[in-house]
Write a new protein. Structure first.
Lengths: 303, 278, 360
């Protein structure tokens, strides 16, 4: 009956150690999350995305870059599950390898923008006063601007390419995270446990790193997950215009652009990558919604 | 006393929860004539639910069942939603607890009170205006013209509650249900509002159901008292005979109230485990 | 594309005033505060475009004149940009020229950017306006319906539509729409604002094809313009309605839980009036803000749609300029779109404060 013992340990009312409390909390939240069907669908989609990206060479049926001009624009069939594009490349394989690009974009933007926004927001919220006003003034200016247009202008100046696209998207994303981190920080900035830690002599750095940042984590996770859909769409948009990933990279937005001229008779070239984008974005949205219901009961409106 | 205005028999309200259905009101029966009936109980006793279920205001997923729910010869259980709407406001009305929340914030006082009238009667605009003003006067609001143009957030608590009373009594219903009408008010204003309700109810010969958690208040204000606990009625008696109450819960409630000539060192605490519900 | 703000506008903090300040005095201070906040934001926008235009590129002169410019043009531009001067002076000069309407010359069209922008902006405005009308006309009732039938299958459908508005790429939807509704079904007009043989027949007065064609009395062209406008506007309208429906539903759910809605029911008011007069009316003001934000988002989103539909609007202009590395045009278009975006946001914000009786 080892499993029952573990379960009892995890759900016990009086945890004996911090680790037990943490694991217990994690267990309970995963339980709540798993009961939400849509969230589980989203989770599943993202897992599939990650696995596809990792195992792309095995999941793809052809090499994504090899051209075969004799096999141009073939409809979906047993040999080419999603048909071929105008250079004879297998679309299924390109979509599969495109998952790598999409995942990379999403992860790098999150890694760049979220911590930056988190720190700026936490510092701004914690210190208040002029620091707050200046930082939030800058943040608000960025927030008032159209994100896509800014990203476009940045990429124009930096030059086309997927790295520049990632940087541009990251630069337009951090202000949103900063606002949220600041709002979170302000809710407990004046609470007693923060005062207690400071009375014990903790420096501002220690308070922020050790206490403020961890408390902001859950709302950051929710926001980042929900934003992923927007990031994917922006990256695809940049790719579509031709400023993101450059050919022959199989980025989904760029693929749609290539397929544009054949949309009437060889519809699969442009629509297949679009379906991939939609499914992955929906996955992040479902998961993000589910996470929000679990981690942030204040916003819950039930189903 | 003539035939009762309202007869309630075997009323039950159930809500489904993840842990199974919960009965918030169980087997409640009472009758109401042209008198003042007080329903007393602590939070969660089901008293508010009882009031709302008379007006069939409880929506899914809550379920209301009763053996009998009769008003003035009308079987309320059989009334459709449309027929109930004709009864609500016109024949049975309800005053709610906190005017801060129960008045529509984007409608003026006049608009809200006029709506109560217009929903049930066709009158010329001028007549409606006159009736609204006279009703505001009846609830002792000085300068009714000015108040009529105000928005709810510009009113004090006492004034807001008086507007609420005006709104609910303007269609001249037969029964008024007052759900904790003074609980959100300052003590100084409470007496005034109670007085107004008393005067209007008496004047029109209405039946009043007064729901409250304040046993003292109810015993001095009402003719009859019904004590509820955990969804059930545990005691029913005339106000004057409260001292002779038999149910232990009621006795405990009475003894927990401090008196002016108090001689006890400590006030007794209710042991809820004895009759706790679900 | 989502075309939506991720956060609701933060209402600017109240300024502490002495108690004796009358209502007129308070209003003047709020107005001043509002103007200052708008000015600072515009300045920020200018700073960002300046930064992108001058500081980011390795050779800002090249960015402006293009890499095919002859040496003389290059030297002239270099002098004009004043790159030898310190950065802040350059910025001041830049702000000065922008305020005078000088956005530089476009490398691709050879004309002043400001003229180009004046020509293309109305086309986008027309499309976005029809789009927001569709979004509001469909989105608001959908949201109200979903909230009042919460939990039913119809509610779920509306929620899913809302999610799709978040997850579908606009350019893809436009492309698919064009293929299905124009090429296959022939229900609507194709790319461009009017059929090719009508091109140039209507003298631009406002720049809005629908208006201009009526002014010229050309009803044929008017209906033709509608058939061309309807599909791109509907694509934009889809994203707008997804966002508006979601926000409306959320607001309405809040409202339907309020005590005063119960009060209305106690009065015996009909359910239709309960929903529209008692639950919906209080959210009119935040909804105006939401619609304003959506409108701004549509202007931004038009960038993606216009290429597909060969729509000669500012989005198309921007895209072409991007591909030609025509920085003056890029930044000029960015400035205009950004300024309109900011303007709409700020006005929506201000409207909220003016109209809400509780905020008075």
């Amino acid at each position: 009956m080892a499993f029952a013992d573990v379960q009892n340990w995890l759900t016990s009312d009086s945890p004996g150690s911090r680790m037990q409390a943490r694991l217990s909390r994690f267990y309970r939240m995963s339980g709540a999350l798993s009961r939400n069907t849509l969230a589980m669908v989203g989770f599943f989609i993202i897992v599939v995305l990650i696995l596809t990206a990792i195992f792309a060479p095995w999941i793809a049926t052809h090499d994504p870059l090899t051209q075969d001009l004799t096999a141009r624009l073939l409809p979906p069939s047993g040999a080419n599950w999603m048909g071929t594009d105008e250079l004879g490349r297998d679309i299924w394989s390109r979509v599969v390898f495109g998952a790598r690009i999409t995942l990379a974009i999403v992860i790098i933007v999150a890694v760049l923008a979220a911590p930056a926004g988190l720190i700026i927001g936490a510092v701004s919220g914690y210190f208040g006063g002029w620091v707050d006003r200046i930082l939030m003034g800058i943040t608000d200016i960025f927030l008032s601007m159209p994100k896509l247009i800014l990203a476009l202008a940045l990429v124009a100046a930096l030059g086309p390419g997927i790295e520049n696209a990632i940087i541009a998207i990251a630069i337009t994303s951090w202000p949103g995270y900063a606002r949220i981190a600041r709002a979170e920080t302000m809710t407990f900035k004046n609470s007693e446990f923060i005062a207690a830690v400071r009375l014990q002599g903790a420096s501002a750095l220690r308070v922020i790193l050790g206490h403020v940042l961890p408390l902001c984590t859950s709302s950051m996770i929710i926001r980042v997950t929900l934003d992923m859909a927007g990031i994917i769409l922006t990256a695809a948009g940049l790719g579509f215009i031709g400023l993101g990933a450059q050919p022959p990279l199989p980025e989904w937005g760029a693929m749609i652009a290539r397929g544009r001229s054949f949309i009437l008779d060889q519809w699969w070239v442009a629509t297949m990558p679009g379906f991939a984008i939609i499914i992955v974005s929906l996955g992040f949205c479902f998961l993000g919604d589910g996470l929000r219901d679990v981690l942030d009961p204040k916003s819950g409106e039930g189903h | 006393m003539s035939a009762p205005l309202l007869t309630v028999e075997g009323l039950a309200v159930t809500f489904p929860t993840p842990r199974g259905p919960i009965d918030v009101v169980r087997d409640v029966s009472f009758s109401l004539g042209r008198e003042r009936l007080g329903i007393v109980g602590e939070s969660g006793s089901g008293k508010s639910m009882t009031g709302r279920s008379i007006l069939k205001l409880i929506r899914a997923p809550g379920k209301v069942t009763a053996k009998r729910l009769e008003f003035d010869g009308i079987d309320l259980l059989k009334q459709s939603e449309r027929q109930m709407r004709a009864i609500r406001g016109a024949r049975i009305s309800m005053v709610m607890q906190d005017p801060k929340f129960s008045l529509n914030p984007v409608m003026t006082v006049k608009e809200q009170i006029a709506e109560a009238l217009r929903t049930h009667q066709k009158l010329a605009a001028r007549d409606i205006h006159a009736r609204v003003l006279s009703m505001l006067d009846a609830v002792r609001i000085s300068d009714p013209e000015r108040v009529a143009r105000l928005y709810p957030h510009e009113l004090s608590g006492g004034m807001g509650q008086r507007v609420m009373i005006a709104m609910m009594l303007i269609p001249e219903p037969d029964i008024l249900i007052a759900d904790e009408p003074t609980s959100a008010l300052d003590v100084s204003v409470q007496a005034q509002v109670l007085d107004i309700i008393d005067e209007l109810v008496r004047r029109k010969g209405m039946g009043l159901i007064f729901i409250s958690h304040d046993l003292n208040l109810v015993s001095s204000y009402c003719d009859r008292i019904v004590v509820m606990n955990s969804g059930r009625i545990v005691e029913e008696c005339k106000a004057g005979e409260l001292m002779n109450a038999t149910h232990p819960y009621t006795r405990a409630l009475i003894s927990a109230v401090p008196r002016l000539d108090e001689t006890r060192e400590e006030l007794p605490v209710l042991d809820r485990s004895a009759w706790a519900g679900t | 594309m989502a075309f939506e703000p991720e956060t609701m506008p933060a209402l600017s903090g109240a300024i502490k005033l002495p108690r004796e300040t009358g209502r007129a005095g308070r209003f003047a201070v709020s107005l001043a505060g509002f103007v200052i906040s708008v000015a600072i934001t515009f300045l920020g926008l200018l700073a960002i475009t300046f930064f992108i235009g001058r500081v980011v590129p390795i050779d800002p002169v090249l960015a402006v004149v293009g890499d095919r410019a002859p040496r003389a043009v290059y030297e002239a531009a270099k002098l004009q940009l004043g790159l030898d001067k310190p950065l802040y002076i350059q910025f001041v000069n830049y702000v000065g020229s922008v305020l005078q309407g000088d956005f530089g010359m476009s490398v691709s069209t050879g004309k002043p950017v400001i003229d180009d922008l004046k020509r293309v902006f109305p086309a986008t405005l027309e499309m976005a306006t029809i789009g927001i009308i569709i979004g509001m006309a469909l989105g608001i009732p959908m949201g109200v319906y979903a909230a009042s039938h919460r939990g039913t299958a119809r509610d779920q459908v509306i929620r899913v539509i809302g999610l799709f508005g978040y997850s579908v790429p606009a350019f893809w939807l436009g492309l698919v729409g064009l293929a299905v509704f124009y090429a296959r079904l022939k229900w609507v007009g194709g790319p461009g604002r009017v059929d090719i043989f009508y091109d140039g027949l209507v003298t631009p007065v406002t720049g809005l094809m629908l208006v201009d064609s009526l002014i010229a009395g050309e009803t044929d062209i008017f209906f033709n313009a509608i058939s061309h406008l309807i599909l791109p506007a509907s694509v934009l309208g889809f994203f707008s309605l997804a966002y508006i429906a979601r926000m409306t539903r959320s607001f309405m759910l809040d409202q339907l839980a309020q005590e005063y809605v119960t009060t209305a029911r106690v009065k015996g008011v009909s359910e239709r009036l309960v929903i529209w007069r008692h639950a919906f009316r209080p959210i009119l003001v935040p909804l105006i803000t939401v619609c304003g934000l959506s409108y701004a988002g549509l202007l931004e989103g038009s960038v993606m749609i216009e290429t597909i539909f060969s729509w000669p609007g500012i989005g198309n202009y921007l895209t072409v300029a991007l591909l030609n590395a025509d920085m003056s045009a890029v930044l000029g278009a960015t400035l205009v779109i950004g300024a309109v975006f900011i303007g709409i946001n700020k006005i929506s914000d201000a409207l909220y404060r003016i109209l809400d009786p509780r905020a008075r």
